[in-house]
Structure formats: structure tokens, C-alpha cells
Design a protein around this ligand. Structure first.
Ligand code: NAD
Ligand code: TYD
Length: 336
């Protein structure tokens, strides 16, 4: 089979391309990626001979047509993905996440793609209260609250509309927060680990009492594989760690302990505007229908991630220079 991976030079897309080309060496893989600040050819340097890389924008119809031509399957990761950047500059989120997804759908329909898999997020559902243990399932209503999650929600709706209206064979996965190798150091865990390796503090928004669910990226890749192989067209599947409840502060306290640091390395900073309190996904459907289960426990995954960043400063040190410094100064003041 010939597979198009959009956003394959980003964090999850590159992990997926590595996973897929390892598990399915007989397949042909094309990566389409614009190489924004978040895309990096270093992320796929070790699999360069196993994929065809096309640099281009998912908003450009002709580029998309050429990249998708001859493919039977599309796995769509390309997106602007960071909530804080969406608060500072929402326009590009609408452009890439909404219009870019629509361009892909239009071309997928034209080329009769056999499966269009759309990679989305739990954040489209909004927030759950801290006081309850309620979890969302695939029938829960959407209530996005940041420009990022609103743009991803719009893309989910378009993907579903293409199935309902035109019969395009789509599937959607909404996943919890991913962590692991190649996570760009603007997200909480990669920023924390790299700051600690540099002897800097970790900024914690507000009181650090928000709750996210953390899934090791390879488990996400396996979940998408299960959906491509066994999922039903038109269906949505939630992917997450299942029973896990950890606040941001507790998570970073774990990391501090694993890295031999103490709470002097924390810095409580102004809260994110409209900060979602809690996300929690029921994974009963994918477990029951597709037999997928998370395999990497949080402590193991964190240790693997710390080990990877400790031995791969050649990857993250160049990233944390240049424009990143401007971003950091804008987001966190002069701290760090
Ligand atoms: P990322 O920001 O690390 O990577 C995004 C990639 O998309 C980059 O390589 C970038 O160059 C590329 N890209 C951006 N705009 C593009 C455009 N216009 N045309 C072509 N390529 C473009 O993101 P990620 O964390 O790997 O997330 C991948 C997908 O998974 C996103 O759709 C995101 O919404 C979703 N997701 C992420 C998480 C998470 O925890 N990171 C969780 C659930 C879902
Ligand atoms: P993030 O990694 O940006 O993912 P998302 O907002 O998509 O869940 O943030 C994870 C959580 O960590 C979120 O509640 C915001 C918080 N956070 C901090 O406390 N400090 C930081 O410097 C960052 C980037 C995030």
C-alpha cells in the first residue's frame, strides 16, 4: 500500500513514520510537510531512505494532488498544534487546521482515497471539572475553548461531513496529550526536561492543578495502526492512557524526582487565558472493538523520555536557539 503522511516531520508524524516503516517495510510512504518551526528533517533523518519527503503546504491544492497521487491511504497529522501560540496568533491555526484539512479532503475525494484518517485531539471536547471523575466518550458534545481546539473541532466536523455527504471513507482519532522523543520543547514535558538539563526552572501555569492525560507517543502510533487495519469507515475512536489522573504539578514533581532535582526548580507563573481544567477520555470503544490497549506506564515513559533528551541534546539545543528564544521571551518574559 502507498501511504501519505501529512505533518510527518513533526513530533507525532515522525514517530508514526518510523513506526509504520518498521512494522510495514513493504509499504511505500510519502511525507508531505511544510517544515514550519515545528517541522524538522532531523526528526526523520534515520528513516530518510525509507520515505519520500515532499516539502509543501497542505493548503496548496496542486502540491497536495501530486503528493497524494497513487496513494490509497492518508494519515493526516499536519497542523499548528500549540495552544499558547494559538492564543498569541490564531490566524495560521484557521489557515492550516481548517482550510488545509479541507484541501486534503477535497483532493482525497477527487482521487478516490480508500481511507482518510484524521488525527485529532481530546481538546475539542472542552474541559471537565476538577471536582468530578467524569470521562468523555465518542458521543460527548464538542465545546472547544481555545483557538487551537476550535480549529481542530472545525476540521473534525469537515472530515465527518465529507463522509456523510460524499461517502469519503474517513476515520478520526481524538487522542490525549502525547509525550516522548522529538516533542518540540514548547510543550510542558519537553520544555521541563530540557530546562532542567540546562539548569533552568520549569514554568508552571497558575497553581499547576490542571489535569491532562499523558500517552507515550508509540502507543498513539499503535492506536492509529489498529484503526487503519480494523476500524470502520465513518467512526471516531478515542485514544488515551485510560485510568490515569495526574495534575501538572504532580507530573513535574515526578520529573524532578527522576532527574535528581527539587522544588527550587519550579517557577509558578501567570495562568494561561481560558486554561482548560481537565481532560479525560474513555477508551472503552477502541479497547472493545479494536483490541488496542495502552502499553507504556507513565513512569516508564517518562524515564524513556528523560533518557532520550539527556542523550540527544544535539537535537534540542539547536532548536532552543534563534527564533525559539524570541518565543520564550514573549511567552515567559525574561525568565529561563
Ligand atoms: P507538531 O507541531 O510537532 O507537528 C506538526 C507538523 O505539521 C510539523 O512538521 C509542521 O511542519 C507540519 N505543518 C504545519 N503546518 C503545515 C502545513 N500548512 N502544511 C504542511 N505541513 C504543515 O504537532 P504534533 O504534536 O506532532 O501533532 C500532530 C497532530 O496530532 C496534530 O494534528 C495535533 O492536533 C494532533 N494531536 C497532538 C497531540 C499532542 O499531544 N502533541 C495530542 C492529540 C492530537
Ligand atoms: P501543553 O504541553 O502546552 O499541552 P496542552 O495545552 O495541549 O494540554 O500543556 C500541558 C499542560 O501544562 C497545560 O495544562 C498547560 C500547562 N503548562 C504549564 O504549566 N507550563 C508551561 O510552560 C506549559 C507549556 C504548559
Amino acid at each position: 500500500m502507498k501511504l501519505l503522511i501529512t505533518g510527518g516531520a513533526g513530533f507525532i508524524g515522525s514517530n508514526f513514520a518510523r513506526y509504520w516503516t518498521t512494522q510495514h517495510p513493504e509499504d511505500t510512504v510519502v511525507i508531505l510537510d511544510k517544515l514550519t518551526y515545528a517541522g524538522n528533517l532531523q526528526n526523520i533523518a534515520d528513516i530518510a531512505t525509507r520515505v519520500t519527503f515532499v516539502q509543501g503546504d497542505i493548503c496548496d491544492t496542486e502540491t497536495v494532488r501530486q503528493a497524494m497521487s497513487g496513494c490509497s491511504t492518508v494519515v493526516h497529522f499536519a497542523a499548528e498544534s500549540h495552544v499558547d501560540r494559538s492564543i498569541a496568533n490564531p490566524d495560521v491555526f484557521i489557515q492550516t487546521n481548517v482550510l488545509g484539512t479541507h484541501t486534503l479532503l477535497r483532493v482525497a475525494r477527487e482521487l478516490d482515497i480508500a481511507r482518510f484518517h484524521h488525527v485529532s485531539t481530546d481538546e475539542v471536547l472542552g474541559q471537565l471539572p476538577l471536582e468530578t471523575n467524569e470521562r468523555w466518550d465518542e458521543n460527548s458534545p464538542y465545546n472547544p475553548r481555545s483557538p487551537y481546539s476550535a480549529s481542530k473541532a472545525a476540521s473534525d466536523h469537515l472530515v465527518r461531513a465529507y463522509h456523510t455527504t460524499y461517502g469519503l471513507p474517513i476515520t478520526i482519532s481524538n487522542c490525549a496529550n502525547n509525550y516522548g522523543p522529538y516533542l518540540y520543547p514548547e510543550k510542558l514535558l519537553s520544555l521541563a526536561i530540557t530546562n532542567l538539563l540546562e539548569g533552568k526552572k520549569v514554568p508552571i501555569y497558575g497553581a499547576g492543578d490542571q489535569v491532562r492525560e499523558w500517552l507515550y507517543v508509540e502507543d498513539h502510533c499503535r492506536g492509529i495502526e489498529a484503526i487503519l487495519q480494523k476500524g470502520t469507515a465513518g467512526e471516531t475512536y478515542f485514544i488515551g492512557p485510560g485510568e490515569q489522573r495526574v495534575t501538572n504539578l504532580e507530573l513535574i514533581q515526578k520529573v524532578l524526582g527522576m532527574m535528581g532535582k527539587n522544588e527550587n526548580s519550579l517557577e509558578f507563573v501567570a495562568d494561561r487565558p481560558g486554561h482548560d481544567q481537565r481532560y479525560a477520555l474513555s477508551i472503552a470503544k477502541i479497547e472493545r472493538e479494536l483490541g488496542w490497549h495502552p502499553t507504556v506506564a507513565l513512569d516508564d515513559g517518562l524515564q524513556r523520555m528523560i533518557d532520550w533528551y539527556s542523550t540527544n541534546d544535539i537535537w534540542w539545543k539547536p532548536i532552543k536557539s534563534g527564533d525559539y528564544k524570541k518565543y520564550y521571551a514573549q511567552q515567559y518574559g525574561t525568565r529561563g
